[in-house]
Design a protein around this ligand. Structure first.
Ligand code: BV8
Length: 304
């Protein structure tokens, strides 16, 4: 790779994300083949040590530094969004073919939309269940499942696909609920506790509450609805950490998008892993422009 060339590369072949001059302090840094991992070239923008937007390729040294910070930290919190499930085949919300592309969130993911057209909303959730049931956790889910077994590691997700849990992750805080759980829409006492129903397709749409016979709804958090108190409490407690990793989220939806800022305010070193810039990019200490399913295994490898 010629010095000065524009590069943005990610393992598994180069893909031009954005052109960045490679020269830094006059020294060129070249990526090195990692055994069986192909070329891992992660563009690293390190706040405060990059001049004029110059970036450098994540060399082994940088990867090891990032890995060292994570392995030596007593408390590591990871928050994930739809991007972590992209490699599993689950469409993101705002990306190409994204869930929100053809529908406005407010059109479907709100209690008003459900009351207005219950069947339409259930057809949408049923479609998402049919899509997700055919997906498998990917390498990024697997790395976080292993990390979740370590003391001091907290895993928070905005995703409702339960792929973290299917990968074997422990203590996952599911901020926005689960596609695989239902609860009573009319709010009958017995039906207010979510029950799991993984049948695909559901025998009847809209499904009914087994307690009162009223309509059942997906046990997800819709826009305009409060997060479950316990989940938000756990998430806020997890912002008291040494390293906060934000993986695969556009950082647009609140209160989830506020957690990174909370963590930074508590003194955490904050890292974003995302192939694209997000609302959070200007505020994190470290941005790794890469795909979760490539970057997380590379970090884990460097932690060995
Ligand atoms: C509430 C469940 C109040 C349902 C979801 C402050 C400021 C502005 C607005 C608000 C605010 N506070 C509240 C609001 C309103 C609203 C909100 O945030 N609106 C946004 C749109 C501006 N928030 C709410 O309504 C929340 N509730 O505030 O209640 C309240 C309080 C008390 C009492 C009563 C009421 C509830 C929000 C939860 C909504 N439910 N999901 C369902 O899924 O059907 S949100 C849903 O969308 C997801 O769960 C997720 O949170 C969000 C999508 O975001 P991402 O996951 O980040 O996905 P996205 O596609 O955007 O980005 C993917 C990223 O991955 C991209 O950056 C891409 O580059 C990257 N990527 C792609 N491939 C990869 C990758 N990264 C790594 N590797 C790859 N391979």
């Amino acid at each position: 790779m010629a010095p000065g060339a524009n590069l943005v590369g990610i393992a598994g072949g180069d893909r031009l994300l954005d052109g960045v001059h490679l020269r830094r302090h006059g020294r060129d840094e070249q990526p090195r083949e990692l055994p069986d991992e192909g070329l891992v070239a992660v563009l690293l923008q390190k706040r405060g040590c990059v001049e004029g937007g110059h970036a450098r390729i994540m060399t082994d040294a940088c990867l090891r530094e990032l890995a060292a910070r994570i392995s030596t930290a007593g408390r590591v919190t990871v928050m994930t969004g739809a991007g972590i499930s992209a490699a599993s085949g689950v469409p993101t919300f705002r990306g190409p073919g994204g869930l929100w592309r053809s529908f406005q969130p407010s059109e479907l993911a709100t209690p008003q939309a459900f009351a207005r057209d219950t069947l339409l909303v259930w057809e949408w959730y049923s479609w998402r269940r049919e899509m997700v049931v055919a997906c498998r956790p990917n390498a990024a889910h697997d790395v976080l499942a292993r990390w979740s077994r370590r003391d001091g590691v907290r895993l928070i997700t905005q995703n409702v696909d339960d792929l973290h849990t299917r990968a074997g992750a422990r203590h996952v805080v599911r901020l926005h609920g689960s596609l695989w759980e239902l609860r009573c829409f009319t709010g009958c006492p017995a039906g207010s506790r979510p029950w799991r129903d993984e049948r695909v397709p559901l025998p009847r749409l809209p499904p009914l509450c087994p307690h009162c016979g009223g309509h059942a709804r997906p046990a997800v958090v819709w826009f305009g609805e409060a997060l479950a108190h316990g989940d938000l409490e756990q998430a806020l407690a997890a912002t008291r950490c040494d390293v906060f990793l934000s993986v695969g989220t556009s950082a647009v939806v609140h209160p989830a998008a506020g957690l990174m800022h909370e963590a930074r305010a508590h003194g955490a070193w904050t890292v974003e892993i995302n192939p694209e810039a997000t609302e959070a990019s200007p505020d994190v200490h470290l941005t790794v422009r890469g795909l979760a399913e490539e970057v997380l295994p590379a970090i884990e490898l460097a932690m060995r």
